[in-house]
Design a binder for this molecule. Structure first.
Ligand code: WTA
Length: 659
C-alpha cells in the first residue's frame, strides 16, 4: 500500500456549494419532505432494515429468512431467498402496462435506430435462453459475451441470467489473449459474439478475435460459439463449433419459466485489474447485487417512469452491467444505448442524440466530459438539450473545472450533477449526492449513501482529521459487495481485507485502494488509487499487467510502468524499459512495444510513452522505486527521445532507502 499521492488534476480547494434547484427538489423522489428522507437517519441506525426494504422492491420466488450472515470477508445476504434476476427486470414489467413501454432504444453508429419494448425484450430473452439451453448450458455454467453495444448484448446477459448461467462479459476492446485468459479462468462453455461492431466508421472484427483466442485448442472448455450478424462482413465459421444467432433463435424453444436461484447464486463474473499481472474475476451475487443496483438507480438518478436514461458506458464494464442493464431494467426504465464513438461522425454526436431522443438523464465519464469541454461550448449549444434534467459522472475523480462545464454548458445550470463513487467490487454506487437533497460541491462525490458506512482513515485504522488525506474504507458489509475472486478466495481476502482494521475490535474493513479526504462538512474528496492501478479514461489497468505484456517482448529485460496525470484521460501510462544486452533502442522498437501491449491487453492500454533506462532504480531489497518513477514521469522530460537513457544507477545509489 503506497502513501496516498499528493497530486490531483486541480487543487481540491473548491468549496462552492451548488444546492439543488428548488424546482428539481420539489419533484424529486427523495427531498427534505419525503418519508424516505426522514428515514435516512434510521438507515444509519439500522442498515439491515434499510437493505431489507430495498430488497422488497425486487420480485422474489421465496422470501429470505435472514438478512445477513457476516464473517469477514464472507458475506451472505437474504439467506433462504430465491429469485431470478430476469423476473425483476422483465417478467413483471411485461405483465404490466409497461409491456408496451420502451425498454431499450438503441442507436447504431451508422445511425439506425431500434426500439424494444419490455414485451419484446422479454420475448427475445426467453427465446435466446432457449438457444443457450439447447447448447447444453445449465445453472452454474459460465458463458463469455464478447459483443458490440447492441441490444443483443443485453439479451445475451439476461438470457444467461434466466437460466442461472453465470455471464462473463468481456469488453470488445480486449485483445484475443485477454479474451482467451478470461474464458479459461472461468472455464466458459459458450462464447457469444458478433461478426463485428461499428466504431469510428470502421468495423471492429470481433469474430476474428474470437477465432484467434480459440485457435489451437487454447480454450478447451468452449464447445460452442454463437455469432450475431451485425456488420455483415464475411467471417469464417468453424463447423460443429460456430453457429449463427439468427438461425439458432429460429428453432429455439423459449424459456418461459425462469430458473429460480439462491440469492447468493453468482449472477456474473467481471474481470478487473489489480496490482498483479492477472486480472481478478470479481464475482457478484444475484439477490444482493440486484438490491444494490435497483435502489441506487432509483434514488441516485431520481428515476421516474417517463425518463429516458442514458448511461454511456459499454456493457463490458461494471457501469454497463449495473446502470445500463440491471439497475434500469429492474426499475422498468427506458434505457438509451449507443453503439459507437462519442465524437463520430462529428463532435456533436452526443448532443444531437440527446436532442433527438429527448434523453432526460445522462451518466458519463469525466474523460468524455473533458474531451467535450475541449471541443467547445458551441457544440452542445447548437442543440436543444432542454430534455435533460439530471447529469451523472463516474469512473474517476472529476476535476472541478470539468464539473462546472458539465453543469453549465450541458445542464444549462438547471440539472444537478451526481458524482458517483463506486467500483467493480462494490457492484453499486456507494457515495453520491441524492439529487433532491444533497448540495453538490464540484469535485466531491459528497457523502456515503444510506446504508453505507464509509470513512477516511490512517493506516492504523484511526480516523483522519478533517482535510487529512488517508485511505478510503468501507466499514460494514453491503448487499452488492463482491463475494469473492472467481476460484481464489485467498486472493479476495488478501486484496481487500487485510490492509486496514478497526483499531477497537481488530475486525477487518474493506479497503478500496483509493486515497481520499473528508472535509469539515463530511464531504468526501477521492484523490485516486493508492495502489499500482492506473485509471486511463475511466478504464482500470494494473501496471503489472502492462509490465508483463512488455517483458514478453524478446528485446525487453525489464519494465516498470507508472501512471502520470493526463489532462484528458485522467491518467496516462509511462513505461520505463531496459533492453537486453545488444538490443539498441529505436523509434521502431517504441512502436513495436506499444503494439505488443495493444495485442496482449487491448489498444486502450497502449502506453503513451516508452522511456529507455539502462537500469531500473531499485531499493537494496530489489523493489522498484515506483514513487521515484512516478515523479519522473510526471515532471520529467518525456516522449520518444530514443537517444537519452535514464541513468537510474546513479539515482538509486543516491536514494537507496526510497519506497
Ligand atoms: C475510481 C467504475 C473518483 C476510483 C465504477 C475507483 C472514482 C475506481 C469515481 C473503480 C468517482 C470511480 N470519483 N474516483 N466518482 N468513480 N472512481 O472498478 O479510483 O472501473 O477505485 O469502477 O475508479 O473503477 P472501476
Amino acid at each position: 500500500m503506497n502513501k496516498p499521492a499528493k497530486q490531483a488534476l486541480e487543487p481540491l480547494a473548491s468549496r462552492d456549494l451548488f444546492p439543488t434547484p428548488p424546482s428539481f427538489a420539489a419533484r424529486a423522489r427523495i427531498n427534505r419532505s419525503t418519508w424516505a428522507a426522514q428515514r435516512l437517519d434510521d438507515a444509519a441506525r439500522d442498515p439491515l432494515a434499510y437493505w431489507e426494504a430495498a430488497a422488497d422492491a425486487l420480485e422474489w420466488r421465496t422470501r429470505w429468512h435472514q438478512v445477513l450472515e457476516w464473517s469477514a470477508p464472507r458475506s451472505k445476504w437474504f439467506l433462504g431467498g430465491t429469485l431470478n434476476a430476469t423476473e425483476s427486470c422483465l417478467d413483471r414489467h411485461a405483465r404490466s402496462w409497461r409491456r408496451t413501454k420502451a425498454a431499450l432504444i438503441w442507436e447504431g453508429e451508422p445511425g439506425e435506430v431500434r426500439t424494444l419494448t419490455y414485451g419484446q425484450l422479454h420475448d427475445d430473452v426467453c427465446r435466446f435462453a432457449g438457444v443457450l439451453r439447447a447448447l447444453g448450458l445449465v445453472s452454474g455454467d459460465r458463458a463469455a459475451i464478447y459483443l458490440p453495444l447492441v441490444p443483443e448484448a443485453v439479451v445475451a446477459m439476461l438470457a444467461c441470467a434466466r437460466l442461472g448461467v453465470i455471464h462473463g462479459v468481456v469488453f470488445g476492446g480486449f485483445s484475443a489473449e485477454a479474451l482467451c485468459s478470461r474464458i479459461n479462468d472461468a472455464s466458459c462453455k459458450v462464447v457469444i459474439t458478433a461478426d463485428g461492431g461499428a466504431r469510428k466508421g470502421q468495423v471492429v472484427r470481433l469474430k476474428d478475435t474470437v477465432d484467434q483466442a480459440l485457435a489451437n485448442g487454447a480454450c478447451p472448455s468452449v464447445t460452442s460459439v454463437v455469432v450475431l450478424r451485425r456488420t455483415g462482413h464475411e467471417v469464417s465459421m468453424t463447423p460443429g463449433r460456430d453457429r449463427w444467432w439468427h438461425e439458432l433463435v429460429r428453432d429455439a424453444q423459449p424459456v418461459r419459466e425462469a430458473v429460480a436461484v439462491d440469492a447468493e447464486h453468482p449472477l456474473f463474473i467481471l474481470y478487473t485489474s489489480g496490482t498483479t499481472g492477472k486480472p481478478k474475476g470479481v464475482v457478484h451475487s444475484t439477490g444482493g447485487y440486484l438490491t444494490g443496483v435497483a435502489r441506487t438507480m432509483r434514488w441516485v438518478f431520481d428515476l421516474k417512469d417517463e425518463d429516458v436514461f442514458w448511461c454511456s458506458a459499454d456493457v463490458g464494464w461494471v457501469t454497463g452491467h449495473s446502470y445500463v442493464v440491471y439497475g434500469p431494467l429492474a426499475n422498468g426504465a427506458t434505457v438509451f444505448l449507443y453503439e459507437g464513438a462519442p465524437t463520430y461522425p462529428g463532435p456533436d454526436r452526443f448532443w444531437e442524440m440527446i436532442a433527438r431522443h429527448r434523453i432526460s438523464i445522462l451518466y458519463t465519464a469525466p474523460t468524455a466530459i473533458r474531451t467535450f469541454m475541449r471541443l467547445g461550448d458551441h457544440h452542445p449549444q447548437r442543440h436543444d438539450l432542454s430534455s435533460l434534467r439530471l447529469l451523472g459522472s463516474v469512473g474517476e475523480p472529476i476535476n472541478p473545472e470539468a464539473w462546472r462545464w458539465y453543469h453549465q454548458a450541458v445542464g444549462g445550470g438547471r440539472c444537478p450533477v451526481v458524482d458517483t463513487w463506486w467500483q467493480t467490487e462494490t457492484g453499486a454506487i456507494m457515495a453520491s449526492p441524492l439529487p433532491g437533497l444533497t448540495a453538490q460541491k464540484p469535485g466531491s462525490c459528497t457523502k456515503p449513501l444510506p446504508g453505507v458506512e464509509m470513512d477516511v482513515v490512517r493506516q492504523d485504522g484511526s480516523r483522519c482529521a478533517d482535510d487529512e488525506q488517508g485511505f478510503l474504507v468501507i466499514k460494514r458489509p453491503w448487499p452488492s459487495m463482491m463475494r469473492t475472486v472467481w476460484g481464489d478466495d485467498e486472493r479476495f481476502r488478501q486484496t481487500y481485507w487485510v490492509q486496514v482494521k478497526d483499531p477497537a475490535t481488530g475486525a477487518p474493513w474493506y479497503f478500496t485502494g483509493d486515497g481520499a479526504r473528508r472535509d469539515q462538512d463530511g464531504y468526501l474528496w477521492v484523490i485516486g488509487r493508492v495502489d499500482d492501478v492506473v485509471n486511463v479514461s475511466g478504464h482500470r489497468l494494473g501496471t503489472a499487467e502492462v509490465e508483463s505484456a512488455l517483458v514478453s517482448h524478446l528485446a525487453v529485460a525489464e519494465a516498470a510502468v507508472v501512471g502520470r496525470p493526463d489532462e484528458l484521460k485522467g491518467q496516462g501510462i509511462v513505461a520505463f524499459v531496459t533492453l537486453k544486452d545488444g538490443r539498441p533502442p529505436s523509434e521502431a522498437l517504441v512502436e513495436e512495444l506499444k503494439r505488443q501491449v495493444a495485442s496482449e491487453i487491448g489498444s486502450f492500454a497502449r502506453p503513451d510513452d516508452i522511456r529507455w533506462a539502462n537500469a531500473l532504480p531499485k531499493t537494496r531489497s530489489g523493489k522498484i522505486m515506483r514513487r521515484l518513477l512516478r515523479e519522473l514521469a510526471t515532471t520529467g522530460r518525456v516522449t520518444g527521445d530514443t537517444t537519452s537513457l535514464e541513468d537510474f544507477g546513479a539515482i538509486a545509489a543516491l536514494r537507496p532507502a526510497e519506497d
